[in-house]
Write a protein that binds this ligand. Structure first.
Ligand code: NAP
Length: 289
């Protein structure tokens, strides 16, 4: 059985490592391959799934919205988020899912946190933030503070959520230290869903001194795993959840959809951590003897 991931470029993807580990664990006769699909060939690639057949694929940047056009069925989450990250070929039909939001939620649950009734400060309004925001609203949070570098994107997301998931009280905040600091005392869960934290000299989006033990601070950036935000939160006594949790659990949900088997979370986590260690060793300068 053939599985894979469609993206462009695709060289960095950790999904082949994750899913091939899980297939081997279950003794399944299956392989998962990375496919660099140029946007001009996306329609052909998606239609080829039925012909070859390819039993399932993950979909990543830049194809998550475009593939929706060729799905025979869409899950409620994929429809609400407006993006597909998992396709399953079932009975000759292409079923589109989005497992990013549920992956994020499961990572929080794994860390022992409930979101129902909580106030969440979500930084970012890109694709990942949108999936998380939809899932948080579906899961019964009480209040959502949204902040983004480009304010109109946060406003647009807030309008969409108010119209389609009118369960939480949603406010848009200015992405500035003073505005965020003023709202941190009323916040239970802080989520960084921007790409800030990936580069060594990235700014802190939040004033770290305002973080407190009452906060659960999540960063979905996973390279590096210990981002400056998470380090600052730990220094202030806050709980933290790193980006590996969402990465693992979005993959786990996709694997369950495809195979109806349980994803071996501890085994795959260990493989990913080993991969991170090898990458950081390979990229560090040689030691002087
Ligand atoms: P995206 O759609 O391109 O969105 C990027 C977000 O980061 C936007 O909100 C953008 O703000 C913000 N941003 C970028 N540069 C910024 C800067 N210099 N200052 C402030 N904000 C900035 O990307 P995405 O797919 O949502 O991914 C966001 C991050 O999440 C990436 O680091 C990605 O690796 C990570 N991620 C992790 C997982 C996981 O499983 N752990 C899953 C998906 C994504 P503007 O709107 O102003 O541009």
């Amino acid at each position: 059985m053939l599985y894979g991931i469609f993206g462009y470029p695709i060289g960095h993807s950790l999904s082949p490592l994750m899913h091939n580990t899980a297939f081997a664990h279950h003794g399944l006769d299956a392989v998962y391959l990375p496919f660099a699909v140029h946007p001009a060939h996306l329609a052909t690639a998606v239609k080829s799934m039925t012909a070859l057949p390819i039993c399932g694929v993950n979909v990543t940047i830049p194809h998550k919205q475009a593939v929706m056009a060729w799905m025979d069925e869409l899950s409620p989450e994929a429809r609400l988020i407006g993006a597909v990250n998992t396709i399953h070929l079932r009975d000759g039909r292409l079923h589109g899912y989005n497992t990013d939001g549920i992956g994020f939620l499961r990572a929080l649950e794994e860390a022992g946190s409930e979101v129902a009734g909580r106030t969440v400060m979500l930084l970012g309004a890109g694709g990942a933030a949108r999936a998380i925001a939809v899932q948080l609203c579906l899961s019964g949070i009480r209040r959502l503070y949204l902040a983004n570098r480009t304010p109109t994107r946060a406003e647009d997301l807030a309008t969409y959520l108010r119209q389609n998931l009118p369960y939480a009280d949603i406010s848009v905040l200015t992405m500035g230290e003073s505005s965020l600091a003023a709202h941190l005392p009323h916040t239970d869960i802080v989520v960084n869903a921007t790409s800030i934290g990936m580069q060594p000299h990235d700014p802190m989006l939040l004033p770290p001194t305002e973080l407190a033990p009452r906060h659960l601070v999540c960063d979905i950036v996973y390279r590096p795993l210990h981002t400056p935000l998470l380090r600052a939160a730990q220094e202030r006594g806050a709980w933290t959840v790193d980006g590996l949790g969402m990465l693992l659990h979005q993959g786990a949900k996709a694997f369950e959809i495809w195979t109806e088997c349980t994803f071996p979370i501890p085994l795959v986590r260990a493989q990913l951590l080993q991969n991170f260690t090898e990458q950081s060793t390979a990229s560090s300068p040689p030691r002087k003897e």
